[in-house]
Design a protein around this ligand. Structure first.
Ligand SMILES: NC(=O)c1ccc[n+]([C@@H]2O[C@H](COP(=O)([O-])OP(=O)(O)OC[C@H]3O[C@@H](n4cnc5c(N)ncnc54)[C@H](OP(=O)(O)O)[C@@H]3O)[C@@H](O)[C@H]2O)c1
Length: 355
């Protein structure tokens, strides 16, 4: 079966996804009967391109890395913007039509990713995104729109890169309820806390994370807990039907005082970690928070150092389940999108009801 893809966003993740598709092309064909073709790409400031016969991924990546506009690739037929690109994909005949959304996260409202997901669904296209915004701000609405349109809305890469957390719950815990979770889900702050325990001061530890490309250029999204709050909101919305936004997550980040607190905790046999958690309260509402917590040294989350992340799910039927990620990478995030693509293919093969 042919799958035509439109890539909305072509930064680190979008480009790695494009090359990964090329690397796994044979495997996708033999294992899943999936013949993948990128037919269009759009960016924010670096133009857009369209070729119904297929855009060459390597050429597009080289163009983007040289800072040239993608519109130069097929100049007479370049889409005006992402909305135009998605509409064109919607008019493509036959096969699977999938929008791969990898634009930057807007922590205030989840735009423009939410608009791209809505446009994809309205055009009759499946959509997979690595952006936290849609699940963190508008999960229930987008899920319902996708169901009504008979298309998939998937976002495995939004939390913990390629670790299959949403797949695990959706596919492998049938009829069980998630009654809460707690985890370490932001790599930058975990790196900083590890460095503080090793004797670094806060400002140089943060600067080092930026030099290594681990922290954002504007690291306040990580340090103030916003990234973790967006992930908490997405997890609670998807796994616990929370209907919340990141602003509804109680949030305390790290600050200059964290160094002393991390070292004091360590000296007393505990570890300071930025813990994201959610629980269902007696009245049925969800209580969600992101805050530095001093954990006993034997706690699974206390043992996470550097880029390691972990999530502990509390369930009603199978007790607590933990899933760990020892390090993250762009390839893992790109893989999450590839796994979403395979999920879409499998659903098409089985005509499974869309969830
Ligand atoms: N990097 C990771 O390891 C990682 C891991 C998990 C999840 N994520 C998530 O994945 C997403 C992408 O991350 P990234 O590292 O690839 O970011 P990035 O390198 O900054 O790339 C973002 C891309 O989005 C484009 N863009 C912005 N506004 C757009 C619009 N209106 N229409 C089309 N494209 C638009 C940008 O184009 P211009 O540059 O031309 O403006 C750029 O190509 C983010 O939401 C991030 O949170 C990233």
């Amino acid at each position: 079966m042919r799958a035509d893809l439109a890539l909305v966003g072509f930064g680190n993740v979008g480009r790695r996804f494009a090359t990964l598709i090329d690397e796994r092309r044979t495997r996708l064909r033999t294992d899943f009967d999936l013949d993948v073709r990128i037919v269009g790409i759009s960016t924010g400031r670096h133009g857009a391109t369209w070729n119904a016969s297929g855009v060459d991924a390597a050429t597009a990546v080289a163009c983007a890395e040289q800072g040239r506009s993608l519109a130069t690739l097929h100049p007479f037929d370049a889409p005006a913007d992402s909305v135009d690109l998605i509409a064109r994909l919607g008019r493509t005949p036959g096969g699977l039509r999938v929008v791969i959304e990898t634009t930057v996260l807007d922590i205030h409202a989840g735009r423009p990713a939410i608009d791209h997901v809505r446009a994809a669904i309205a055009a009759g296209c499946h959509v997979a995104t690595a952006n936290k915004g849609p699940a963190a701000f508008a999960f229930a609405e987008l899920r319902d729109l996708a169901r009504a349109a008979g298309v998939s809305f998937l976002f495995e890469g939004a939390v913990m890169d390629g670790v299959p957390i949403f797949n695990l719950v959706r596919e492998n815990l049938p009829a069980a309820d998630i009654i809460g979770f707690r985890g370490v889900v932001n790599s930058t702050t975990n790196h900083i806390l590890s460095a503080l325990e090793d004797g670094d001061e806060f400002a140089p530890a943060l600067a080092r994370m930026q030099q290594l490309g681990i922290a954002e250029a504007d690291p306040s999204l990580d340090v103030d807990g916003w990234d973790a709050a967006a992930k908490t909101s997405a997890l609670a919305n998807v796994m616990m039907d929370a209907r919340m936004t990141p602003r509804m997550v109680k949030r305390t980040g790290l600050d200059e005082g964290s160094a002393g607190r991390a070292r004091r905790a360590m000296a007393e046999g505990r570890r300071l970690r930025l813990v994201a958690s959610a629980t269902r309260t007696a009245d049925g509402t969800i209580d969600a928070s992101v805050e530095p917590v001093e954990l006993p040294a034997g706690d699974l989350l206390a043992g996470l150092r550097g880029q390691a992340n972990a999530l502990v799910l509390a369930t009603d039927l199978v007790g607590e389940i933990a899933i760990c990620q020892l390090d993250g990478s762009l390839t893992q995030t790109a893989y999450a999108l590839l796994s979403d693509l395979v999920t879409i293919r499998k659903r098409a093969a089985s005509a499974a009801p869309l969830r």
